[in-house]
Each structure stands twice: as structure tokens, then as C-alpha cells.
Design a protein around this ligand. Structure first.
Ligand SMILES: NC(=O)c1ccc[n+]([C@@H]2O[C@H](COP(=O)([O-])OP(=O)(O)OC[C@H]3O[C@@H](n4cnc5c(N)ncnc54)[C@H](OP(=O)(O)O)[C@@H]3O)[C@@H](O)[C@H]2O)c1
Length: 222
């Protein structure tokens, strides 16, 4: 069996940790740099990581993300810069550094972790939604650019998922209310999102590219 190398950002917990576990169980060599090794808020750190990582990466999962809640009338300059940097500029820089070797090998799988807030919205999601909508957009462009090299690029847009991020941005009572708004009646578990990401990153995915796949228990259908 072919041995693949993957890079998963934001693998310390939540969805990234579940994706990593799923891939490792399938025999994939997964790089999971800590924030000290790869700080996505710093272009210097990203460039250094790319310079010092020798392995050809076959699978890139741009999972790390931040969601700094602020409305359009109150959003700070720092929020704008940080959110766009971590959620959009960092993935673009990683793609730019990693894709040339995928092109050489004529194989690659890229999955960007998006959100339901690119399709529907909620007060306070201004910069988060904008950054992730950008991620959807680069997903489609890269899919078109890289298809001839057998590099498939997709996004997975989770709904409310049972992670630290959701617990930080919503109280326990709010989470109970949110469950009532989800047709499936519960949050997603990180492992459920990881299953979809794993499929899109695997050799079994031979024809899906340029798609944003919503995994939200039916939330955006209402
Ligand atoms: N949870 C949800 O309901 C939900 C819904 C839709 C989409 N998403 C998206 O899914 C992805 C994962 O979400 P999650 O809920 O698993 O998040 P999480 O529990 O908050 O974990 C975020 C991960 O990103 C890393 N990270 C944040 N800023 C970083 C930086 N500057 N440099 C390097 N790493 C950084 C964190 O690393 P540290 O350990 O160093 O902090 C952590 O590993 C995100 O892109 C999020 O937007 C989540």
C-alpha cells in the first residue's frame, strides 16, 4: 500500500485531533505541528515551517481556525487582521508552499475546513464568515487549477460541533437551545466531521473536487 504524508493544522484538539486520529488509524503519516512550530498568525513562522519541512505532503488539511465574535459596528482592527490571517492567508501560504511537490508527484488531496456561516449567518460572525467564504472560494479556484494533476480540493463546512470552540462561544443553555434548531437534534461529534474529511482525502475519492460539503445535521436546509 502507498504510504501517504499528511499535514493537519490545528490538530491539538477538536476536529483536527479527530481527523488526525482517523488518518493515523488508516496508516497515514500525519504531521501535526504545535503552534510553537507553526503559528498561523505569523507569515514568518509559516515560511520557516515550509522551508524546514522536507517531506513531500500528499494531503493537506487546513483545519485550524479562529472565530472572534464581533458585529460590524464594533469589530476591531485586530479582529479583522487576525481572523483573515489565520483562517485565509495562512491556508493560501501553505497551499503555495506544498502544492508544487504535489504537482511533481501528480497526486494530492486538499481539504479546507469551512463553516455553515458561509451560507447562512448570525450576528457577530462578520470576519469569521468573510474569512471562511474566502476559503470556499479558493477551494473552487484550486480545484480548477489543479485537476489536471490529480489534485482534488474540497471544503467541509461543519455545523455546530462539540468542541472547545463551540463551548467558548456559547453557554450551556445556549447549546441546549441550539440543539432544538438542528433537524437531527444534536451537535456533530468531531469524529463525524473527520469521517467526511478522511474520505475526501483518501484514494477512494477520485471524482469529487471543488465542492463545499455541509455537515450540519440539516441546519442550513431550514
Ligand atoms: N466547532 C464548531 O462548531 C465548528 C463549526 C464549523 C467550523 N468549524 C471550524 O473547524 C475548525 C476546527 O474547529 P474546532 O472547533 O476543532 O476548533 P478548536 O477546538 O478551537 O481548535 C482550534 C485549533 O486551531 C489551532 N489554532 C488556532 N489558532 C492557531 C494559530 N495561530 N496557529 C496555529 N494553530 C492555531 C488551535 O491550536 P492551539 O492548541 O495552539 O490553540 C487548535 O488546535 C476551525 O477552522 C473552525 O472554524 C468549527
Amino acid at each position: 500500500m502507498r504510504k501517504f504524508n499528511a499535514l493537519v493544522t490545528g490538530a491539538s484538539r477538536g476536529i483536527g485531533a479527530a481527523i488526525t486520529k482517523k488518518m493515523r488509524n488508516a496508516g497515514i503519516n500525519v504531521l501535526t505541528p504545535s503552534r510553537k512550530q507553526l503559528d498561523l498568525s505569523s507569515n514568518e513562522s509559516i515560511d520557516k515551517y515550509l522551508r524546514t519541512t522536507d517531506l513531500p505532503i500528499d494531503i493537506l488539511v487546513n483545519n485550524a481556525g479562529i472565530n472572534l465574535i464581533a458585529t460590524g459596528s464594533e469589530v476591531s482592527d485586530q479582529n479583522i487582521v487576525d481572523t483573515i490571517q489565520v483562517n485565509l492567508i495562512a491556508p493560501i501560504r501553505l497551499v503555495r508552499g506544498i502544492v508544487p511537490r504535489m504537482i511533481q508527484k501528480r497526486y494530492g488531496r486538499i481539504v479546507n475546513i469551512s463553516t455553515i456561516w458561509t451560507l447562512v449567518s448570525k450576528p457577530g460572525r462578520l470576519t469569521y464568515s468573510a474569512s471562511k467564504a474566502g476559503l470556499n472560494s479558493i477551494t473552487r479556484t484550486l480545484a480548477v487549477e489543479l485537476a489536471s494533476c490529480n489534485i482534488l480540493v474540497n471544503a467541509v463546512a461543519p455545523g455546530y460541533t462539540n468542541t472547545e470552540l463551540t463551548k467558548i462561544n456559547n453557554t450551556k443553555d445556549q447549546i441546549e437551545e441550539i440543539k432544538k434548531l438542528i433537524p437531527l437534534g444534536r451537535l456533530a461529534e468531531p469524529e463525524e466531521i473527520a469521517e467526511i474529511v478522511y474520505f475526501l482525502c483518501s484514494e477512494a475519492n477520485t471524482y469529487i473536487t471543488g465542492q463545499v460539503i455541509f455537515a450540519d445535521g440539516g441546519f442550513v436546509c431550514q
